[in-house]
Write a protein that binds this ligand. Structure first.
Ligand code: ADP
Ligand code: ASP
Ligand code: MG
Length: 405
């Protein structure tokens, strides 16, 4: 008998009709003899609605109260799904993150899971009950409700699978697996039957919202077999696993993109030791995360410095940078919130030359100007104007023949 943790995302539990369908699916799995721990998201659109309510009351809601509010969406779905299971004669019990005691740090809105007390879940499983657990939430040491960041239910599921040493963690969603890129942008995108943890982690961190990057990180660290599947159709989905020795790896596995970035430049700063620190130190002190960083080659003892931040932090970062510019006597601060980052990802890149030039050639052929570039062993990212996003992703998909096996 296998122990499986299954997570159902927002669309999969978007209506009471769909919640009933999920209950029937769970009962089928139970009939195959599996022990099941279920994690659910809020009904689709609900978390956004709650965030909207908070913003109607306050421009900067107190983090503690914000988490109390946005975590409520998941409390609705755990109760409804448990009721649906009970209606079908399946014993079930719902738990909020606090009730299970999913202990996190106290960083509201992006808390990290520290520990999970699995004793209540184990008792339920031994008694033949299905446990239904609220994703996305936990409690800190002082009992304050915390949330794990957007898409955080994936991480709840993987963390539970690790804590319970489950045989597999299955992420049920509205697509039937991980594709070469978002199938909403490229209809020719192809489902991958397998992808490595390393590649999936890059894809997720570079913006593919199919899985929260922390979930992939967790699964890799604790070696939790992770599978992405459709809630609506049968199929094998995509298995995320370690690279197998001797397996031929494609050069490029996928394309990720991120629409949430913004670019800032401080021009005419002295090209001296310590300048990067004097620019980025104040940004970090304001808890603004920086992604890509480029410093130009200095000329006449002066240089320019460009970096990207989350678009939500654009105005705040610009204010900080203006202060820094005055202190440093910099020439000017400019910025552009309408940029996107497009990345190609693949472990096969390690052993193939010419991938970067192929990428740049393809973008040049479309007349797309590259504003920033960053590379690592298994990815190449470029920053471009947001109006070229779809064009760039489609051109690269074709260039690297990703629609073909
Ligand atoms: P859920 O609510 O189930 O967590 P999400 O909306 O978070 O679902 O994630 C599923 C969505 O991720 C898909 O509908 C798809 O548009 C998007 N997506 C982005 N990149 C990919 C990819 N590489 N493969 C599949 N889906 C992707
Ligand atoms: N409901 C949360 C969100 O919309 C968590 C999740 O769905 O994973 O981000
Ligand atoms: Mg999600």
């Amino acid at each position: 008998m296998a122990l499986v943790v299954q997570k159902y995302g927002g669309t999969s539990v978007g209506t009471t009709e769909r919640i009933r369908a999920v209950a029937s699916k769970i009962i089928c799995y139970r009939k195959k003899g599996h022990d099941l721990v279920i994690v659910v998201s809020a009904m689709s659109g609900e978390t956004n609605r709650l965030i909207g309510l908070a913003n109607e009351i306050s421009r900067q809601p107190v983090a503690r109260e914000y988490d109390v509010l946005v975590s409520t969406g998941e409390q609705v779905t755990i109760a409804l799904l448990s009721m649906a299971l009970q209606e079908c004669g399946q014993a079930a019990r719902s738990y909020t993150g606090g009730q299970v005691r999913i202990l996190t740090d106290d960083v509201h809105s992006k808390a990290r899971i520290r520990n999970i007390d699995s004793s209540a879940i184990k008792r339920d499983l031994a008694a033949g009950r299905v446990t239904v657990i609220a994703g996305f939430q936990g409690v800190d040491e002082n009992g304050n409700v915390t949330t794990l960041g957007r898409g955080g239910s994936d991480t709840t599921a993987v963390a539970l699978a690790a804590a319970l040493e489950a045989d597999e963690c299955q992420i049920f969603t509205d697509v039937d697996g991980v594709y070469t890129t978002d199938p909403r942008v490229v209809p020719e995108a192809r489902r991958l039957s397998r992808i490595t943890f390393e590649e999936m982690l890059e894809m997720a961190s570079l913006g593919s919202r199919i899985l929260q990057s922390r979930a992939v990180e967790f699964a890799g660290k604790y070696n939790v077999p992770l599978r992405v599947l459709s809630s609506f159709e049968e199929g094998e989905g995509t298995l995320i696993s370690y690279e197998e020795a001797g397996m031929e790896q494609p050069k490029i596995s996928g394309i990720a993109f991120n629409r949430d970035e913004a670019k800032l430049t401080i021009a005419g700063v002295p090209d001296h030791p310590g300048v990067a620190y004097r620019i980025l130190g104040p940004i970090a002190n304001d808890n603004l995360e920086v992604d890509m960083i480029v410093q130009n080659v200095g000329q006449d003892d002066m240089t320019d410095f460009t970096f990207t931040v989350h678009r939500n932090n654009y105005d705040k970062a610009r204010q900080v940078l203006r202060r820094v510019a005055t202190d440093l006597g910099a020439r000017e601060v400019t910025g552009d919130p309408k940029i996107v980052k497009v990345s190609i990802v693949g472990v096969g890149m390690r052993s193939h030359a010419g991938i970067a030039s192929g990428m740049f050639e393809s973008l040049a052929n479309e007349g797309i100007n590259i504003q920033m570039i960053s590379t690592s062993e298994i990815k190449i990212s470029v920053v471009i104007d947001e109006k070229y996003l779809e064009l760039a992703v489609r051109a690269l998909h074709e260039k690297f023949e990703l629609e073909q096996e």
